[in-house]
Design a protein around this ligand. Structure first.
Ligand code: 26V
Length: 835
């Protein structure tokens, strides 16, 4: 049976519908496990650490997903409902097994099955490699979105890239970050299904020329291209106990012909193989997020590869229902662009409609701007993507033609609306002029979309007042806010089983799909018994984390200490440096004997620096050097620890956030678009110490000012001060700060490594320091002191902790996805076909 055309699946459909569902019992799961382990994987003896054990469990679970997956697909196909393609260069999925079992509702049954043969499910979970196909917040957000969409039964498909190497692994040598590749597929990835039948061809290079078609119309041909094959691999995305399974489709690049035979015959064997490598290189590695955008050709190839393959796939699906009449395409499909990374989808859709479907420009444009929606994730102007025109011309000549055409028409509109305002035209042009003209991808995304959103209220407001002001003035209706969230299935139910059990015992399980239900915990905030249980769970989670840290670093942390945590990518604007300065200050206080009433603290900092981000890497070295001094000084033993947590990733956060007591969200106001770690910590009962930045603002509003440790300058204050910012004077006027800077200057933390932290101390003293670290030092230190004071009052702290969880309801991606759906997507939930 051919599977290329969709009609031919019908026979299979009937069979599938008639096939009885697999039982969800321990007996059945054990039977399937044994089958896969012995007969498919061909293994006999069970060793706890064996990857095959994990694989066999996955296959048993996957069979159960597969039934639901087929039925979900069938229901969506039959109903021909409107759907969304979430286009993202990153999906930071982490591990999938625990989440799959939770969502299928067979965690207990699987556990029981394994126990019968003397195995522990937790060990099996630990065997899974993280699917680290993302850098940080933006990639993890995409993963949380998928979980929520499946849970809400929304027909949303994720489109991304199947990188052979995910986010690099970090280890430390002498306190320096060292990167290692992440060959996460090496032991196989049992979740994916290769779907060769849906492979697409993506063009690169070549040149364009015009010709007249049979009707005498002028058309463009993009010829002599180097074609690359895009092969999709599908990963099931189960909803929470609702029998829905959505799809994450990841594209892998391959040569169109395994060997270019002509070259091969001519003796060009190595050239032939090399061209195969060139194609496969496209999906070889995830780019780490650097401080500023750099124009790497391979990265542009990745972007176009994803956009083109995904659009063609969507059009294939559309035409299977509607033939080549694309007039209703925009009613059936919406593309959500996760940042500008896939924004090249705008001209690519135009190209496909015009060149392949022979639609005229005006109609193609109308379809495109009714189909595309763009989410911005950054306020840093230097992080806005631009691509050199010269690179486009070489790599994607046809796409460049189309961008020029979009720009010409757009500028024409502007000059009608604001005649003679050449400055505005220059500002708003999709092409940034200069010695190396470049395409402004964010402007392309805005012009080509019907919706532009930021990811937290403050961020969305700042976008319309700052970076995108001209566009917001032109099209106010396009701009909107969608505050981020996180999925409580992973970030509370799965990662904090003890707390979940307690919550469910008190208020029932509805919070798992309706997080606002957590409000019902408020009435226990002052209940001493409840507080005790709450606090003993936190302690157990701290012990679990301490064990993990001891295993990874050899450092023991007394679990009576306040766990003060900052984990996120290392970036100057996130100000890990400010946190480290506070650690130095506490150390200095201990040294000078001012520590009688000090609350013992473990300051835990984790995160990766982009390999090329020199300053960020130096901050890691600095933290490690300070940590070495603090942790080896007997005077500080009972009072202070500083830990750099190595190789921070999704699975690490699953251990860390349930154990955290203080959540550090200390970016310079106006720089962090939203933050999502802040939400995970809040949900797990940590108290935030934070600036009025990103979603912190909404977190504070939700939890109440009394239950949030606010410090630092506001966005307006930062902007006001900038002109007359004098960090030297601030340091001189502040005894504590002065002492800290003197310690640093004296080389106390780098005795045998002279000068290595000069750039750090200089950056703090620099009047043009964009992050204004010195400006917030005093307020940070004072607020940390307030945190310590509050921590001493156990009942008050527990009350705050409970209220943080209780009031975290709005930070679920279930809410975020409802907002996207109500305002942007307008999808109807998938109705499964009843049997
Ligand atoms: C940029 C680049 C440029 C070089 C190639 C790789 C790469 C990868 C990612 C990025 C952009 C990163 C933008 C980002 O991650 N923004 C974060 O998005 C989160 C989710 O909305 C948000 O919570 C964070 O505040 C925001 O920093």
């Amino acid at each position: 049976m051919s599977v290329r055309s969709d009609e031919t699946i019908d026979v299979g459909e009937i069979e599938l519908l008639q096939a009885p569902d697999l039982p969800m019992t321990a007996d059945a799961i054990l039977k399937d496990f044994t089958h896969y382990f012995g007969r498919m994987l061909g293994r006999r003896t069970i060793r706890t650490k064996s990857p095959f054990l994990y694989q066999a469990v996955v296959y048993a679970a996957r069979d159960r997903l597969m039934e639901r997956w087929n039925k979900t697909r069938m229901a969506a196909e039959r109903a021909d409902t409107r759907r969304v393609s979430y286009l993202s260069l990153e999906f930071l999925m982490g591990r999938l097994l625990r989440n799959a079992l939770l969502n299928l509702g067979i965690e207990d049954e699987t556990n029981e099955a394994l126990q019968r043969i003397g195995l522990d499910l937790e060990d099996v979970y630990d065997r899974e490699h993280d699917a680290g196909l993302g850098n940080g917040g933006l990639g993890r957000l995409a993963a949380c979105f998928l979980d929520s969409c499946a849970t809400l039964a929304l027909p949303v498909i994720g489109y991304g890239i199947r990188y052979r190497y995910g986010m690099f692994r970090q280890h430390l040598e002498d306190g320096y970050q060292v990167e290692e590749p992440d060959p996460w597929l090496r032991e196989g990835f049992p979740w994916e299904i290769e779907r060769y039948e849906f492979a697409q061809i993506v063009k690169f290079g070549g040149h364009t020329s015009t010709y007249r078609d049979a009707q005498g119309k002028t058309r463009v041909e993009w010829a002599d291209t180097h074609d690359v094959l895009a092969i999709p691999y599908d990963i099931p995305i189960p909803g929470y106990q609702n029998d829905i399974v959505n799809t994450l489709r990841l594209w892998s690049a391959a040569a169109t012909d395994e060997f270019d035979l002509e070259e091969f015959n001519a003796g060009g064997y190595t050239d032939a193989v090399a061209s195969k490598n060139l194609a496969e290189n496209i999906t070889m590695v995830l780019y780490p997020n650097t401080a500023t955008e750099e124009a790497h050709e391979l990265r542009l190839r990745q972007q176009y590869f994803l956009a083109s393959a995904s659009l063609q796939d969507t059009l294939r699906n559309y035409t299977s229902h509607h033939g080549n009449d694309v007039t209703t395409f925009a009613d059936k499909h919406c593309f959500q662009l996760n940042d500008t990374h896939p924004a090249i989808a705008v001209p690519e859709l135009l190209r496909l409609l015009i060149d392949e479907f022979h639609v005229d420009w005006d109609e193609a444009w109308d379809i495109t701007i009714r189909t595309m929606a763009y989410t911005n994730h950054t306020l840093l102007p230097e992080a806005l993507e631009t691509w050199p025109v010269s690179m486009f011309r070489r790599l994607l000549p046809r796409i460049l033609d189309i961008i020029y055409e979009i720009n010409a028409r757009f500028i024409e509109d502007i000059s009608h609306r604001w005649p003679g305002d050449n400055d505005r035209i220059r500002r708003m042009s999709l092409i940034q002029e200069g010695s190396e003209p470049a395409i402004r991808m964010s402007y392309l995304a805005i012009v080509g979309s019907f919706s532009v959103n930021g990811v937290a209220a403050l961020h969305s407001k700042l976008l319309t007042e700052g970076l995108f002001r001209d566009f917001a003035e032109l099209w106010p209706h396009k701009f909107n806010n969608k505050t981020n969230g996180v999925t409580q299935r992973r970030w509370l139910a799965a990662c904090n089983p003890k707390l979940s059990a307690l919550i469910t015992e008190k208020i029932g399980p509805a919070w798992i799909t309706e997080l606002a239900e957590l409000k019902k915990l408020e009435k226990f905030a002052d209940d001493r018994e409840f507080q005790k249980e709450w606090s003993s769970i936190k302690l157990a989670n701290k012990q679990r984390l301490a064990k993990d840290i001891e295993k990874k670093t050899g450092l023991d942390i007394p679990t009576g200490m306040l766990f003060d945590v900052q984990v996120k990518r290392i970036h100057e604007y996130k100000r890990q440096l400010l946190n480290a300065l506070h650690a130095v200050h506490l150390y200095d206080r201990i040294q000078r004997g001012d520590s009688a009433d000090m609350v013992p603290r473990a300051i835990i900092i984790g995160g990766k620096a982009a390999p090329g981000y020199v300053m960020a890497k130096n901050v890691i070295k600095f933290i490690n050097n300070v940590a070495r001094v603090i942790n080896s000084d007997p005077a500080t033993r009972d009072k202070l620890r500083l830990i750099f947590y190595p190789d921070y990733n999704v699975s690490a956060m699953e251990l860390i956030c349930p154990a955290a007591e203080l959540s550090e969200q200390i970016s310079t106001a106006g720089k962090e678009a939203s933050g999502t770690g802040n939400m995970k910590f809040m949900m797990n009962g940590a108290i935030t110490i934070g600036t009025l930045d990103g979603a912190n603002v909404e977190i504070r509003d939700a939890v109440g000012a009394d239950n949030f440790l606010l410090f630092g300058l506001t966005v307006d204050e930062i902007n006001e001060r900038r002109g007359q910012y004098d960090p030297q004077a601030i340091i001189e006027a502040d005894e504590d700060f002065h002492r800290v800077m003197r310690l640093l200057g004296s080389g106390f933390f780098n005795h045998f490594e002279p000068g290595i932290f000069d750039s750090i101390t200089q950056s703090i003293r620099e009047p043009s320091d964009p992050w204004m670290t010195a400006a917030d030092f005093r307020s940070f230190v004072d607020t940390q002191k307030r945190a310590s004071e509050t921590y001493k009052d156990r009942e008050r702290w527990m009350r705050m902790s409970i209220l943080n969880t209780a009031r975290s309801g709005q930070f679920s991606t279930d809410r975020t996805m409802r907002d996207y759906n109500d305002d942007i997507w307008n999808l109807s939930p998938i109705q499964l076909i009843k049997q």
